[in-house]
Design a protein around this ligand. Sequence first.
Ligand code: GSH
Length: 390
Amino acid sequence: MSDSPYILYGGPVSLYTGKVRSYLRKNNINFIEVHPNSERYLKHIVPTVGRWIMPCLETPDGRIIQDGADIIDFFDNEVKLSQFPIRPTTPVHRAVSHLFEIFGGEGLLRPAMHYRWNFDEQNIAFLESEFSISVIPKMTEGKEQINFARSSGRMRKAAVTFGVGPHSEKIIESSFAEWLELFSAHLAENAYLLGNRPTLGDYCLMGPMWAHLFRDPAPTAVIKKSAPRVGRWVERMSTYEQYDGEYFETPTAPRELVANDALPDTLVAMMHYVADEYLPEITAHVEFANNWLIEQTDLVTGTNGLPDPGARGIGKTTFAWRGIEIETAVMPYRFWLLQRLHDAVAACDAASQTAIRAAFRNAGLESILDLRTIRRVERANHLEVWGPLL
Ligand SMILES: N[C@@H](CCC(=O)N[C@@H](CS)C(=O)NCC(=O)O)C(=O)O
């Protein structure tokens, strides 16, 4: 551990902070968490990164990094503080890690938002307290209730833009039950996604699985009742120490990934779930983005093509999802994550690419490897921007 701590700007209620916090803890990195209602965050971090967003990281020498993936990359590539390489070195495992990077960040937003904002009887007192301690600016003391109403109103609207509504609620619940069943079955034999130590995909799943789905009162009851093994995975992903004794006979047992770059059947079943739950959405988003990009004849490379450089959505699109039609917001950030998968595949030799294709085909996911936007998404000054036309 270094002497001066890193500062993680984020909060207990935040989905994307959960991924980074889990990574920092499990890799024994010295950090403290500062909430976004702090003066330092509001007066220094927000102007630096150009929008109110978490997580952000401040290094002991004052460098600021926004974005969960960039923060993890920083430790992995520059500081090299990770206890274990979190990107598997074998091709199929590496590609699957990136698949769960996308799915963890973007594919479980519907259950996360539904179980947070549609169960007021169980959740509302908890959420009001939690938002008041970390999100609502401290200078508004005495006005917490009004500010919670404003803040929660905004998040309820965000839930709708992720496809949560009366028409989809019951399907979200049954689909989440299926996810828990599949994940639970996988955890019967494996402590983590790819074997006996966490990799990138585990950290990314901790986004939705921690703050919303494990800490909020309504969904935690669902997990504990129907999938306690998933609850144990969340617990062990949130500690410094190796809190996974049920999997190992001795404390020094090797913490290896599944041998020979193989995927257990239970993980293939989880990948099939990703194909049903998320592939139609990301496919529709790429198609929408390409049509949108064609229409933006005056789009300047290096900008997001929108009046507000910090804006994150370019529009909304509909698609068929589990027998109904839903509409969700299209965010270029997702394509940036998708490119990380594509880039990981492109970096492999031909035989490895064939193996990755076979593994994805076997899970109904081969087409995700070919979904491309006609401009790449890049990140500049902490924001997503479009690269040149390909
Ligand atoms: N891709 C980003 C996503 C960050 C994100 O969406 N964070 C949420 C909180 S969990 C946020 O700050 N939203 C802005 C808002 O609520 O206005 C990352 O990982 O850094």
